[in-house]
Design a protein around this ligand. Structure first.
Ligand code: NZQ
Ligand code: ZN
Length: 382
């Protein structure tokens, strides 16, 4: 096992009705800014519950944070935070709203020309507006980590950032009943995203980290066992609760401690979203089988362990094929041809490889996935 420090201060309020308890988590006398997306929270009663819970606070609202949140939109929220003297942010939504709110929290204290350098150059900001979250879509784990991913409309870029200890939410509400209104597409996306978060931290090379491996395998089994039930039956609250907690556990630092990490599927996926607009999890399901085939040799031992312990199969190829079958069975496309809205996939591949060549990008746990390997991975996904 490698050396590590583990720190996760996020307080979780789990279960139906927990939104009512947020007032006691926010410092008395705070001026709150509630952030949300395109309005799903007004249709499913979450907005009403939050407004009721905030009745003892002065608060303002910032809505319209889009899926794959945009820098341009978030900077308008930063102006509002400053103008209104906001001192607590409450994100109510999925990964996009929570990520966007973390960025607002940091960008408020950013000094300099271009706050997007927080993402592109990893510029560190030493202070952030404190925030909490009410999660409405189990998927990203953003509710229990300090990272985010922000898109820039003007340049078609999408880059991740981490705010260190400043962007962990102080608390997150995980109420599985809020998933009742989720469209199927978002349910499928959530299961795939969490599954691949686990594999990014698990399918590398062995370092005898038994706890991390067994936790990872546990999360994968829970997603496989509950995924279909959660996707097909919105009334199944046991499945929703298990998927919700699995998604948070998949990316809260626990299984990352002391092990090598990959993240190449994510980095390539972010480019596909930035250029072609596919949902985050759709890009992951598309890249994953290709990446694991091309990198099979260096991932061989962990792929065999994964195959045996998750799918009960004995070869690397079967382990990859069974995983792709799982994505397809729950309804996620795994090839460009499954997404006819991408009119020219070859142009998307060419542009990604051009960007990686220009940037000198090297991905994966061995930093050996360059633009040439990226092309090999993606050409197999047409
Ligand atoms: O905007 P509204 O109207 O709220 O609708 C949203 C949105 O259209 C809707 N939705 C959310 N909760 C709902 C609901 N509809 C009905 N009922 C509900 N209860 O779902 C749509 C998608 O929401 P979004 O927040 O975009 O989805 P997700 O949670 O999958 O987040 C994706 C974003 O997170 C980033 C991705 O790159 C992407 O930008 N990620 C963040 C990570 C992190 N912070 O750790 C890690 C991930 O790997 C990922 O990269
Ligand atoms: Zn993800």
């Amino acid at each position: 096992m490698q050396h590590f420090q583990f720190y996760n201060p996020v307080k979780i309020l789990f279960g139906a009705g927990q939104i009512a308890n947020i007032a006691s988590q926010i410092p008395q006398g705070s001026k709150v800014m509630m952030t949300y997306g395109g309005g799903s929270i007004k249709q499913n009663g979450v907005y009403k519950q939050v407004v009721k819970a905030l009745s003892g606070f002065e608060f303002v609202e910032f809505s319209g944070i889009e899926a794959n949140p945009r820098y341009e939109t978030l900077m308008k929220a930063v102006e509002m935070v400053k103008r209104e003297n906001v001192d607590f942010l409450l994100a109510v939504g999925g990964g996009s709203v929570i990520d966007g709110t973390k960025f607002i929290a940091l960008a408020t204290y950013f000094e300099g020309e271009d706050a997007y350098t927080i993402c592109t150059q990893g510029v560190k900001v030493q202070k952030a507006v404190p925030m909490g979250a009410v999660l409405t879509l189990p998927a990203t784990g953003s509710e229990m980590n300090n990272g985010g991913v922000i898109s820039r409309e003007s340049t078609h870029e999408k880059f991740a950032f981490s705010g260190g200890r400043h962007t962990f939410p102080c608390f997150s509400v995980l109420d599985p009943t809020v998933t009742l209104t989720l469209p199927k597409r978002q349910r499928i996306n959530g299961v795939v995203d969490a599954f691949i978060h686990v594999t990014e931290q698990y399918l590398t090379y062995p370092v005898q980290a038994d706890i991390q491996d067994r936790f990872s395998e546990g999360i994968l089994h829970v997603l496989v066992d509950n995924g279909m039930k959660y996707i097909d039956n919105e009334e199944d609250m046991d499945a929703a609760a298990n998927v919700m907690w699995a998604c948070s556990m998949a990316l809260n630092g626990l299984i990352a401690a002391g092990v090598p990490q990959d993240w190449a599927t994510h980095r390539i996926g972010h480019e596909i979203t930035a250029i072609a607009g596919l949902d985050h999890a759709q890009t992951l399901a598309l890249v994953w089988p290709g990446l694991h085939r091309v990198m099979a040799e260096s991932k061989r031992e962990k792929l065999l362990q994964f195959g045996r312990r998750i799918w009960g199969v004995d070869t690397v190829e079967e382990a990859i094929a069974r995983t792709e079958d799982f994505f397809r069975k729950i309804g996620e496309g795994t090839r460009f041809s499954d997404y006819p809205q991408v009119e020219n996939p070859q142009a998307v591949i060419d542009e990604i490889c051009r960007r990686f060549e220009t940037r000198g990008t090297l991905l994966g746990e061995h930093a050996d996935i360059d633009y040439i390997k990226t092309r090999e991975i993606l050409q197999g996904r047409l």
